[in-house]
Design a protein around this ligand. Structure first.
Ligand SMILES: C[S@@+](CC[C@H](N)C(=O)[O-])C[C@H]1O[C@@H](n2cnc3c(N)ncnc32)[C@H](O)[C@@H]1O
Length: 159
């Protein structure tokens, strides 16, 4: 099973990198994980709504270039579908089948996701109504993916 995680920007702080490495290591027992980072755009002070839309569109195109046609694309979106870890696990299995073994998850940058990318997405998932920084979202998503495999295989994992 191939799992790609596309993110905007790199992880500057060591604590985020270490947390990501830890979950990537755990996930390697269950899937072939690739983390793809696309370049982020600087948002100028006092940027207008139109400028912000342009930035989202630019970052969105960079993400779209990395997505293969056959992949099932799941975007992380505050306005997406909210679900329990158990439902996420069941959906995760369904998405893998839908993408015939190629699942692509996408986390937006500090300004969020472009309309073009939303149009390409097969599914949208929300992790709550709260906004998390994209670096932390990367860690939370990897942990939930790990939890998802443990649930699917009926393997013990702390509650
Ligand atoms: C700092 S947030 C972007 C905030 C932006 N104002 C928006 O509304 O999307 C960066 C990215 O993290 C992800 N994210 C943050 N909080 C989330 C949540 N509660 N559920 C799902 N994804 C979230 C989304 O992919 C988002 O594009």
């Amino acid at each position: 099973m191939k799992l790609s995680l596309i993110c905007v920007g790199s992880l500057k702080e060591r604590h985020w990198r270490e947390a990501v490495q830890e979950y990537a290591k755990r996930l390697s027992a269950y899937c072939q994980l690739t983390i793809i980072e696309v370049k982020d755009e600087k948002t100028p002070e006092g940027a207008s709504a139109a400028q912000e839309e342009q930035i989202r569109a630019k970052e969105g195109r960079r993400i779209l270039e990395k997505i293969r046609d056959r992949s099932c694309v799941v975007i992380l979106d505050i306005q997406g579908q909210r679900m329990s870890s158990e439902l996420f696990s069941a959906e995760h299995e369904r998405w893998e089948t839908e993408g015939r073994g190629e699942l692509c998850l996408v986390i937006g940058g500090s300004l969020g996701l472009s309309e073009e990318l939303r149009a390409r997405a097969n599914h949208r998932v929300s992790f709550s109504d709260m906004t998390f920084p994209h670096q932390l979202m990367r860690v939370i998503l990897l942990e939930q993916l790990y939890r998802s495999y443990r649930i699917r295989r009926h393997e013990p994992y702390h509650k």
